[in-house]
Design a protein around this ligand. Structure first.
Ligand code: SF4
Length: 366
């Protein structure tokens, strides 16, 4: 058993090392590599009687769509465009991207961010952390073992009796969100005055795309790059560009790309850059960058906010649209007594500044 574990971890290390070598290759190599992988995926899907589509969001996946078209792979592009910035929505329209609606609620209306926050909680910190906090905030007999693992790292009999498993939530988040476990676990954590949830992604993005893919017997091309980090980084390094797994089939032809490569390709393909990114320029050292936002996710999402320097995404929204900012910060949902509150309460609880614009704060200190 130990031997096979060792050999699989050696195997994984080899895969990661070989992936890293490819990441360091020159731009031209990577573009050729992406072309080969994309065609390989497309042909294999054809053999398996599957159609393909491109899942489109921001600049990276818009570039992927145009790259695939440029090499002769002309397939449908789909997106829940309404989640994106208006300038991105405009480009989606120009490129003929099929716009999907968020999933339907039981009452027949569509989910939106406000309804999801009200019903399930705020998407904050990261998807993985939010999932764990959500379990702690919604204790049931069924999730008892997993809650114990989240608080202690001990996985119990069914999880192989591990002691310090990665299931444990980081201590700083346990301190703030673990309070409902105080009696059970003999700890002394706080209870947050708001709910946290990762369901937003599921109802707004994943389910609509999954449903579309199922109805069209299709599997996706994704604009993911391992260099962007995040929870898919390791899977991309281990599984490579094309993955035909039991539950998941996908291609990520840009898996080995770095930021510079994708920006260079966007220039080479004359990709229409949504105005939220500004334009693609070179700095004094010759490195490409976008003059506006470097990356965009959904607007009004709290994933990763704890890692951002000010002016952070909520500050930038304030500059662009003070009315919208006010709604989301102060009024987007109601507490149990019917009083309005919003992201402001969440940021306060996490000690993330938002009330004063960063420049104003600086002046006060001066
Ligand atoms: S990225 Fe954030 S805002 Fe967008 S769907 Fe997911 S949780 Fe919701």
């Amino acid at each position: 058993m130990a031997d096979s574990l060792d050999s699989s971890s050696i195997e994984n290390e080899k895969k990661i090392a070989s992936f890293r070598v490819k990441q360091q290759m020159p731009y031209d190599f990577k573009v050729k590599y992406a072309r080969i992988r994309a065609w390989e995926f497309y042909n294999e899907c054809e053999k398996r009687d599957l159609d393909c589509y491109v899942s489109v969001g921001g600049l990276d996946s818009i570039t992927l769509l145009l790259f695939l078209r440029s090499i002769g792979i002309d397939i449908p592009a789909v997106s829940v465009s309404s989640l994106e910035d208006i300038s991105i929505q405009k480009i989606h329209k120009e490129l003929g991207v099929i716009s999907l609606l968020p999933a339907q609620k039981a009452d027949g209306t569509r989910w939106n961010k406000q309804k999801l926050i009200q019903e399930f909680g705020f998407p904050v910190l990261s998807k993985e952390i939010a999932r764990k906090i959500e379990l702690l905030q919604n204790p049931t007999q069924n999730n008892k073992t997993i809650r114990h693992a989240i608080v202690t790292g001990e996985t119990g009999e069914y999880g192989g009796n591990k002691k310090n498993s990665r299931m444990k939530l980081a201590q700083k988040w346990l301190n703030k969100f673990g309070g409902l476990e105080n009696a059970e676990e003999g700890v002394n954590y706080k209870v947050a005055p708001f709910k946290v949830s990762s369901k937003c992604c599921y109802y707004l993005k994943e389910k609509p795309c999954e449903d579309w893919a199922k109805a069209h017997n299709s599997v996706p091309f994704l604009g993911l790059m391992a260099s962007e980090g995040g929870r898919r980084q390791k899977a991309l390094m281990l599984n490579g560009c094309n993955y035909f797994g039991k539950g998941t089939i996908r291609s990520a032809p840009f898996a080995i790309f770095m930021r510079q490569d994708i920006l260079q390709l966007a220039i080479d393909l004359n990709v229409p850059v949504p105005s939220i990114y500004g334009t693609i320029e070179r700095d004094e050292g010759g490195r490409l960058y976008t003059t506006g936002e470097q990356r965009t996710g959904c607007s009004m999402c709290g994933f990763g906010i704890q890692l951002e320097k000010r002016p952070h995404r909520f500050d930038r929204l304030r500059e662009r649209n003070p009315k919208e900012w006010e709604y989301w910060m102060l009024n987007c949902c109601l507490d149990e007594n019917g009083h309005p509150f919003g992201w402001g309460a969440v940021l306060d609880y996490l000690n993330i500044g938002w009330r004063d614009m960063p420049n104003a704060e600086k002046k006060e200190k001066d």
